[in-house]
Design a protein around this ligand. Structure first.
Ligand SMILES: Cc1cc2nc3c(=O)[nH]c(=O)nc-3n(C[C@H](O)[C@H](O)[C@H](O)COP(=O)(O)OP(=O)(O)OC[C@H]3O[C@@H](n4cnc5c(N)ncnc54)[C@H](O)[C@@H]3O)c2cc1C
Length: 382
């Protein structure tokens, strides 16, 4: 029997996150959009409130001080978090990279536990000007220097690099690509300029330069030469929750606003919602949101069962991000000229939505991954 009902405690958690987003985060959005920044005192206050409610780092294991949510639960809360801006989600709920669970020895206190307490932010620095989709094509090198390494190379588009105290850097060494923890104040590490983006104002992305950057042996994260499998092994939950579930949340918010507008806005003496072409857009939006939501939860459930859900996660990433693009486009259309006007948030959502198809693997890369596993297997899975 398939049971889609949610336990009471899950419903209460989702309701708590929804209230937090509406009460604490939504009111801050216009100011952040205007200034492209969030005050650090405000950000700290949000984190403390979220920590008090048990809403900080909800995806991390309980024994490490996290919320210990299942993937299904984490996706459900991220659907609500999709109703607010990316930077507010990051500051309030914590983007502790899952890869920090691989910290060992003294790294655990310095990076993992400090990040779990909200004392340090750690950014993941993989992409380079010459290597985005081709993550194995990075040029950053880690050359042996006694027991430690000397890093050389450059990274770009690193989210939250300006607030990070340390970076997880991928680099080529003799044994293959490895991950290294590099502190912000390491001599030879320089923060590049903020790379201005189309949307997600308030979240900053910078380049990073590593120039003869010397690090000790204790900075290696995980096994030598296993960097890509460490990263890829932990990326599925992030793709589902931060892209799939948040796309569903953002699309739902756009639909809610579109329904209200269609009920209130009158043309030709009638609400535009009475016109069948507007109804078609609303119906298509709702249908696609529903499909994406079911896909997110099914893939999340597969992960919780310990199954290999990589192909499903790729389908979710592909469909949910493209669904959001279509929903945002329909919302602009329903709002007419006001949808294009900066007085209303619709145009902001339209811009914010665009990046979902680019990061965490572009649509093209996920199509390649889906097709590859279909052709390797030679059949269509249920
Ligand atoms: C807002 C934002 C935040 C980001 N945050 C981070 C971060 O925190 N850390 C980090 O490391 N990176 C980050 N990135 C980088 C992101 O992961 C890359 O932008 C993404 O992987 C795509 O790489 P690229 O931009 O170099 O595009 P490219 O790889 O150059 O791709 C360009 C185009 O070619 C297509 N293409 C490439 N290869 C193929 C192929 N084999 N077949 C068909 N089409 C192909 C792509 O789909 C795309 O359409 C961020 C990016 C953005 C925009």
């Amino acid at each position: 029997m398939i049971d889609f009902s949610l336990p009471n405690e899950t419903q209460m958690l989702v309701a708590t996150v929804k209230r937090f987003v509406e009460k604490e985060l939504n009111p801050l959005e216009d100011e952040i959009e205007r200034t492209n920044a969030i005050d650090s005192g405000v950000a700290d206050g949000l984190r403390r409130k979220a920590q008090e409610l048990g809403l900080w780092a909800m995806h991390m294991p309980e024994e490490m001080g996290g919320g210990g949510l299942s993937t299904v639960e984490f996706c459900l809360v991220n659907e609500q978090i999709g109703h607010t801006k990316d930077v507010l989600a990051r500051r309030a709920f914590g983007h502790v990279p899952s890869i920090l669970v691989r910290c060992a020895g003294a790294q655990r206190e310095k990076y993992l536990h400090a990040a779990m307490r909200g004392e340090i932010h750690v950014s993941v620095a993989m992409s380079e000007p010459e290597a985005g989709s081709d993550a194995n094509g990075i040029r950053t090198t880690a050359r042996r220097d006694g027991e430690g390494w000397i890093l050389n190379g450059s990274k770009h588009f690193i989210s939250d690099a300006d607030v990070a105290g340390a970076y997880i850097v991928t680099a080529h060494c003799e044994e293959g690509i490895s991950c290294f923890l590099v502190d912000r104040d390491t001599p030879g590490l320089e923060l590049g300029r903020i790379q201005k983006m189309m949307g997600h104002r308030g979240t900053h992305h910078n380049g990073l330069f590593l120039i003869n950057c010397r690090i000790g042996p204790e900075q290696l994260l995980g096994e030598l030469g296993r960097g890509m499998s460490i990263v890829l092994g932990l990326i599925n939950v992030a793709r589902l929750a931060y892209v799939g579930a948040r796309a569903v949340g953002m699309a739902s918010k756009l639909l809610e606003m579109s329904i209200k507008f269609a009920q209130q806005r009158c043309q030709f003496g009638a609400p535009i919602g009475s016109f069948q072409m507007v109804q078609k857009m609303l119906a298509d939006m709702q249908t696609e949101i529903y499909a994406a939501k079911v896909m997110v939860l099914n893939a999340a459930w597969e992960i919780d069962q310990g199954r290999d859900a990589r192909e499903k996660v790729s389908m979710v990433k592909l469909f949910a991000s493209e669904m959001l693009g279509r929903v945002a486009d329909n919302a602009v259309q329903i709002f007419g000229g006001m949808g294009y006007c900066t007085e209303l948030p619709i145009e902001r959502y339209y811009r914010d939505a665009r990046v979902f198809r680019l990061y965490d693997g572009t649509s093209e890369i996920h199509r390649i991954m889906i097709a590859r596993s279909l052709l390797e297997r030679g059949d269509v899975p249920l």
